[in-house]
Design a protein around this ligand. Structure first.
Ligand SMILES: [Zn+2]
Length: 321
């Protein structure tokens, strides 16, 4: 397990180099009489053990609801949990969670109900759903273990996403702007491509020395981050050009999801559930194309009708409910 130190922050790497379904956690060492805190907790057991043996965690701040960022919560029974007001709904109610993830849109109510029955009494869901949750505001200075922090609102990856900013340490946690060669991930019902780009550009307005990602690429200097972010965001346009080309070639709407816009064939063979994210990702692109050019509206509607049990829920935002 690798640990990187920046001032009072310990970046604790997750299992398998923090690759999904694990992620890096930030331990914030307490000062001015405050206890220690965590930002996100999904490192895997080695990380949880290390943290519990060496620190007394008072508070855990969750950037967003994705499982790879919250699944360690049950290992910290004495900690107070802090979430944003958008995630509060999803982390208290598995039906809302199923809608945000896109399960409801893809498969409908009965499958979501089965999924809830299957998971509600097992960890980590059982503990996460019942834990008391405190709310943190976006974009205001809050106190995390005695440090000033702003949770900069950055929707797109999902509706609730935010980037913790530690001005005194010169650290911006860009987290799931993970700068990997896979590219940006906006494959839930509550994801949005244009918001992803706007939020990505927002991170460049933040004055930081270190840009910390939560998966295997680690920490970037400002200069490295500028270059890597541009390359990363460009992948969105590459995917879009590919879809345009496939449609131009007359690719059938049911075949669009087997043309490696996001996931490689071998990845889909190894993990068939990834196909759900492929479908959602292509839907998000077709929605964007239809918004720019009416020509794509029919493709978008026919894709939704073909692949979704509840097409209206392919865009699901708690704030619109
Ligand atoms: Zn995420």
């Amino acid at each position: 397990m690798k640990i990187e130190n920046i001032g009072d922050l310990e970046l604790i790497e997750g299992r398998r180099n923090s690759k999904v379904p694990y992620s890096t956690s930030i331990l914030v060492k307490g000062k001015n009489g405050k206890g220690d805190a965590l930002v996100d907790i999904g490192t895997g057991k080695e990380g949880y053990e290390y943290i519990n043996e060496n620190h007394d965690i008072q508070d855990i701040f969750i950037t967003h609801y994705h499982l790879d960022h919250v699944k360690g919560i049950p290992y910290f029974q004495n900690a107070n949990i802090y979430v944003n007001e958008i995630d509060e709904h999803k982390l208290n109610d598995m039906e809302v969670l199923g809608k945000a993830m896109g399960t409801y849109a893809l498969h409908g109510a009965s499958v979501v109900n089965q999924w809830i029955e299957h998971n509600k009494n097992s960890q980590p869901f059982a503990d996460i759903m019942k834990r008391d949750k405190n709310l943190y505001p976006y974009d205001q200075t809050i106190n995390v273990a005695g440090h000033d922090v702003q949770m900069l609102y950055a929707p797109g990856h999902c509706e609730s996403y935010c980037c913790p900013y530690f001005p005194d340490e010169g650290v911006l946690v860009v987290g799931d702007y993970d700068l990997t060669s896979f590219g940006p991930w906006y494959n839930n019902a509550d994801s949005d491509i244009d918001a992803f780009i706007t939020s990505g550009e927002m991170t460049l307005n933040v004055d930081a020395d270190y840009y910390v990602t939560f998966h295997h690429k680690g920490t970037f200097t400002r200069k490295e981050y500028e270059v890597a972010l541009e390359r990363y965001l460009a992948i969105i346009e590459e995917r879009e050009r590919k879809i345009i080309q496939l449609l131009k070639e007359g690719t059938a709407i049911e075949d669009l999801i087997h043309r490696e816009v996001f996931y490689m064939k071998r990845n889909l063979e190894m993990a068939p559930l990834l196909l759900e994210f492929e479908i959602m990702g292509v839907a998000k692109h077709l929605k964007r194309l239809a918004k720019q050019n009416n020509y794509y509206e029919d493709h978008y509607q026919s894709f939704l009708d073909h692949h979704f049990a509840e097409p209206a829920y392919s865009d699901y935002f708690v704030q619109n409910e």
